[in-house]
Each structure stands twice: as C-alpha cells, then as structure tokens.
Write a protein that binds this ligand. Sequence first.
Ligand SMILES: Cc1cc2nc3c(=O)[nH]c(=O)nc-3n(C[C@H](O)[C@H](O)[C@H](O)COP(=O)(O)OP(=O)(O)OC[C@H]3O[C@@H](n4cnc5c(N)ncnc54)[C@H](O)[C@@H]3O)c2cc1C
Length: 323
Amino acid sequence: MSVLIYTPYSGEKFSKPVLELASYAFSLAVQLEETVIALVTGNPDDSDLNRLGELGVSKILLAPSTGGSVFDARTNTALLALAAGLCNASTIIFADNSWSRALAPRLAVRLRAGYITNVSGLPLATEPFTVNRSVFNGKASGIVQVNTAIRVLVLARNSWQLALNPMPFTVEPLALTGALPEPDFVVEKYVEQAGSIRLQDAEVVVSGGRGMKNGENWKVLEDLAVALGAALACSRPVADEGWRPHQEHVGQTGKVISPNLYIACGISGAIQHIGGISSSRVIVAINKDADAPIFQFANYGIVGDLFQILPELTTAVRKLKSE
Ligand SMILES: Cc1cc2nc3c(=O)[nH]c(=O)nc-3n(C[C@H](O)[C@H](O)[C@H](O)COP(=O)(O)OP(=O)(O)OC[C@H]3O[C@@H](n4cnc5c(N)ncnc54)[C@H](O)[C@@H]3O)c2cc1C
C-alpha cells in the first residue's frame, strides 16, 4: 500500500504547499507503514525531482503530457485514478488550491473514497482513520473518521512545516492503460501573470484596504513591499473601485493565500476578507481604529495612521537589511 500525492509542477517550480504536502505525506506514511509516491505533472528537471526525494518521496510517477487539456479536470482525474490503482494507494493527498478543489472530490467519487478537506495534522488513529480538520476559517477544529478503505485528503494550508527526510527514489513514467477522456475544452494559450512575485506563492504579502483612501496612495505600500521582497494584495472594495487589479484581491471571492507574513494596512477585517488570509502564519494589522475586527485575527497590531507608520516601517526594514 502507498500514500499517493498529487504534485503538479508549474511556473518552473513546485509550490510551497506542494512541498509541504510531500513532508506531511512522509510522516503519514511512517504512521501507516507505507511509502510515498508522487504523481508529477508538468516538466520538472532533476534537481526539482531530487527535492521531492529529500522530503521523503520514494517513487515519482511522471504523468504523460496532456497537451492542451492540461487543465481539464476529467483528464487529470483519470490520470489520478489510474495512478491510485497502480500504486495500490490507501490515501491520496492534495495540497489546498483551486485546482485540487476541482480534482479531489471527483477522484473521491470515482474511487468511492472518504473525502476530508482542510486536514490539519496527522491521524489521531489509523484504524479507523481519524483526523483533525480545521473549520470556520481556522477558528475551530473537528475530528473526522473515515470508514472507507481508500481516503482522499486535502491538507490545510500552512498546517505542516517542511522537514528533510531524504529517501532513495525511483522515477518512472505513468503508463497509460487506455485512452484518456476527451477534454471538454482545450487551453490555447497560457499566460503567466506579469509581476515579480506571484501572490499565491509569496512568503510575505503587503495588503491595502479602503483605508488607503485612493489608488494614487499605493506608493507607500509598494515601497514596503520592495523592501521586504513581498507581493502586493488588496481587499475587494479596492479592486472594485479600480484602485488595484482584481488579481490582487484576496478573500472569499478572491485569492486564498497562506504566506508566512501578511501585513494588512487599512483593512477592517470583514469575515469575507479573513476567509482568504486566515491560514497565514503571522498576521500584522495596521489600522487607526483600535476596535477594528482585524485585530481579533492579527498576531501583532499597530493602532495608528498607516500613512505615518508605513514609511517609518519601510525605513526600519531597509536599515535592518543593510546591516
Ligand atoms: C458575498 C461577499 C463577498 C465578499 N468577498 C470579499 C473578498 O473576497 N475580499 C474582501 O476583502 N472583501 C470581500 N467582501 C467585502 C467585505 O464584506 C468588506 O466590505 C471588505 O473586506 C472591506 O474592505 P476594507 O477592509 O478595505 O474596507 P473598510 O471596511 O472600509 O475598512 C477600512 C479600514 O481602514 C481603516 N483606516 C482608514 N483610514 C486609515 C488610516 N489612515 N490608517 C490606518 N487605518 C485606516 C479603517 O479604520 C477601517 O478599519 C465581500 C462581501 C460580500 C457581501
């Protein structure tokens, strides 16, 4: 039996959640006395594959190219079901992202497997499989038991730290046993978002809300972002007003991110905003209203005028970095 992980390779690297997934799968496999197999899509080079081996993967299956149907959920579900059967997988695990939200439930139905999202740790028991899952934006946790022979899990963001568990590993192509389903659509062109740091992958994010007053004031945020090597984000009204592009909007109806550090500037902390950032490791809020809800979610808070605080913060970061 094995633990199968889905490790898509895109944008020329494995994303942080995918690497954390490999680490988590290793610890789970130790508990289950199984090994970790990764189904890799995309075109990683040898050093990327070595990275998976360092994190505890014993076998890498290279998915065949699906060409223009690379984003087709039916095609990829078929690949995953095939790999799960070949590997005799007891557990198939995904990192939490919009892509896994499309694939994981489809796979669970296909394999008649129990399906648990937002898994936040190792199982409390393996027989029956019982595990904690994070609920209500991380405000509570639930204990879930799965009674099926196979289970499909989605690991909650930022719930597992990277750990080195070097393994000798083999690499082999996933051999197709039949034709893949015809895709419903074909992607003609894939255009990467311009900008130096991709929001979803950023370790540090500096974010602005309506407290920024208008789009022309963004220079103070951009200066801090450059000093920290951070990506920029914003609340929804900011994008709706056209102050910032919609791809920077985070929250329930925007991107869901999980950086190590999220700095919220002039953002009140509405629950729809928190839905997109609650799995950040550390949240810092700058708001002039001491009663703003964001302070209930923040690890650190600064009460004051952001137009005064941000330049001082940027100067302090630059000074620290030049020392
Ligand atoms: C169905 C639905 C989905 C939604 N989805 C999202 C979503 O995905 N993402 C999202 O963000 N919102 C979403 N919203 C909107 C959400 O409810 C809030 O309205 C929004 O998040 C508020 O944005 P804000 O914090 O920037 O603005 P505000 O709530 O207006 O807050 C501005 C804050 O700035 C502070 N401030 C003002 N001036 C300064 C200053 N000089 N210095 C420091 N602080 C200052 C104020 O004290 C205030 O707390 C959604 C709403 C609905 C109904």
